[in-house]
Design a protein around this ligand. Sequence first.
Ligand code: 13P
Length: 338
Amino acid sequence: MSAQSLAAIAQAMVLPGKGILAADESSGTIKKRFDSIRLESTVDSRRAYRDMLFTAPRAADYISGVILYDETLRQSTLSGVPFPRYLAQQGMLPGIKVDAGAKALAGFPGETLTEGLDGLRERLKEYAELGAKFAKWRGVITIGPGLPTNYCLSANAHALARYAALCQEAGIVPIVEPEVLMDGDHGLARCEEVTMLALERTFSELRAHRVDLAGMVLKPNMIVPGEDCKQKATVRDVAEATIRCLKSTVPALVPGIAFLSGGQSPEESTEHLAAMNALGSLPWQLTFSYGRALQAPSLKAWGGKPEGVQAGQAAFLKRARLNGLAHAGQYRRDMEAA
Ligand code: 13P
């Protein structure tokens, strides 16, 4: 695929007013989510849940693409249309999580390295045939006493870059996700410092691996204090620190940045995105690629029951619409009540 086609897909993923739904929970993670509504995780319950989300009427008005898990990419809607084809028909790009998860990094207690490079070229070829237009790989960086180590930052950046290069070779746009976790009691400044290191290292490896920066999307964390930090940050603090960090590390060639929500509440993550987009002209589109922040209210409203489908879809569409408005710079807090 030509560089222009990759760039066109990347741009379509971050179109103004739209963002990405991360619905690529692995079987282990979706089980945890279903446990919260006391629903058994089975092939069929996972399919019914994803069907509820993806068939929400006019979701494509706010959702540019959906990240799927391997199982879902091969499943069909309840009415029998393969999910990737259904999404494409609606105007949403199908994407695929291709990493095999963050595994303990030998010799580095408390740190992980994301695996999944072996055989990736062959898997990407199949995913492209199944209709995937973009992919996701998540590297995980932990803040703690003496963490992250330099080696962990390098190893994860290296894996992200190897993944991204293989994606582009297969005609698939890579979402490059180096996530600095919110776990811990560190302050906002420490998150900023570590995120800066993670992004610098990531872009240095992307360049070294000759990745076309115009044909990718970056999925970073926002700069927020650790979950257990006593000193809370204002929306403005988060917005300013995040933009400062991104401006100093992310080349303007990158078409878009789509944040993960990482444990922020649905409302917080929308407010933060809106505040960043209100800070003035930026070299990239700034949007969302939320998992929990888009799905949590919907999962609860659905409750695993057929009679909950409408309420589940309404809750999902509300978050999708408000985040779309946050991307477009038109979100106001009073819209939450409507
Ligand atoms: P959260 O928005 O729940 O952090 O999930 C996004 C994601 O895809 C993490 O890889």
